[in-house]
Design a protein around this ligand. Sequence first.
Ligand SMILES: [Zn+2]
Length: 151
Amino acid sequence: MTQHSPDSSVNYRDVGVAFLQNADKCHPGSWVICQSQDTDGKKYTYIAQVTEILQSSDSNEEQEQKAEFLVVQYGDVLQSHPTYKMWQLVFHILSPSRQDAQCTVNIQHNCHDNKCTIELGVVAMQEREKSSDRKFIVKHLNPSDFILNTS
Ligand SMILES: [Zn+2]
């Protein structure tokens, strides 16, 4: 758990964007590397997906649009499931401070191993008229299987 966490007596609003320690811009949906401390002061690092970006409504930083906390979700391997014979995942919601978030990371779906397909999308409507533009869309299978893109 993080040492600094949102105060339940304070009203927060979702400001939708934050600039991290290395000046990376993140928003809900971004993947970030966070470094937090547990209750014993031991640092731990994890990769998580941002769901919200919080700033207290009465914050002095409000005019500067500086987010104070992120709300993130990360998955952790729990144990091997006896019936499925596969790893059970548990998802945690954490609220690291903006200072805990080091940088954004590029996460891509593992399309190769999941044999994701490319399909022609539905006809898009543009200004109430059918457009002839049909876009190719990747249909991701097993949507929680990701690759950390370090290239
Ligand atoms: Zn895919």
